[in-house]
Design a protein around this ligand. Structure first.
Ligand SMILES: [Mg+2]
Length: 210
């Protein structure tokens, strides 16, 4: 893979565990809702989850924390997100891999998380990345092949010069592959047996030097 210049990473499920998001959506928001409404936590959680269900992950609002804070009348999200900062957890190999690859490639982020989330999720590893792309915040949509094309244009590289890795088959493997990006599917549970699947980011280094 001699002509590769950019290595792009998904964030949630790839660099960071789902813990922070879970803490926001299923603990902190219901807790705040229960306080504001004066109802118990389980009841609040049920109501909040019902509201999430009505919107669904195919609509942009689903991803926008401000939309939910307004809708549920919870005030402003920043202190709540800050309060969950200690729930951000990187997978064990992440720092070593980023540190090793950053000397040889431009490292970038291609995430479906919003900038508000990325601000917290990337806090300790942001210096490794030359550019951070959020499909929802920057382009108002999910990670489609069009999104990856725009990312390549912004980086001034051809798709063939980019490697992308992520844990969602459609958004991180199919979509970037469609435009010629060298994509790898991260399957940390090791349930797929595909030539471009990896069980950890350490394996990515092996592919890149192969
Ligand atoms: Mg992911």
């Amino acid at each position: 893979m001699d002509d590769i210049t950019v290595v792009s990473f998904d964030v949630e499920g790839t660099l960071v565990t789902p813990d922070f998001s879970y803490a926001i959506w299923f603990e902190a928001i219901p807790r705040r809702y229960s306080e504001r409404k004066g109802i118990d936590f389980e009841q609040a959680r049920k109501s909040v989850e019902e509201e999430y269900g009505k919107v669904g992950d195919q609509r942009l609002e689903w991803y926008e924390i401000r939309y939910w804070f307004d809708k549920l009348d919870l005030g402003i999200p920043e202190p709540v997100m800050e309060g969950c900062q200690d729930r951000v957890c990187y997978y064990p190999e992440v720092r070593d891999v980023l540190s090793s690859l950053s000397g040889r490639y431009r490292l970038t982020v291609a995430s479906g998380s919003t900038r508000e989330f990325l601000h917290h999720l990337l806090r300790d590893i942001e210096p490794y990345f030359t550019k951070v792309f959020s499909s929802v915040s920057d382009y108002k949509w999910l990670k489609t092949s069009d999104f990856y094309l725009k990312m390549c244009q912004a980086l001034e590289v051809r798709p063939e010069q980019v490697v992308h890795v992520g844990d969602n088959w459609q958004f991180d493997f199919v979509a970037p592959s469609e435009i010629g990006i060298r994509a790898f599917y991260l399957d940390r549970k090791g349930q797929t047996n595909h030539q471009n699947s990896l069980v950890s980011l350490t394996q990515l280094e092996v592919h890149l030097s192969g």
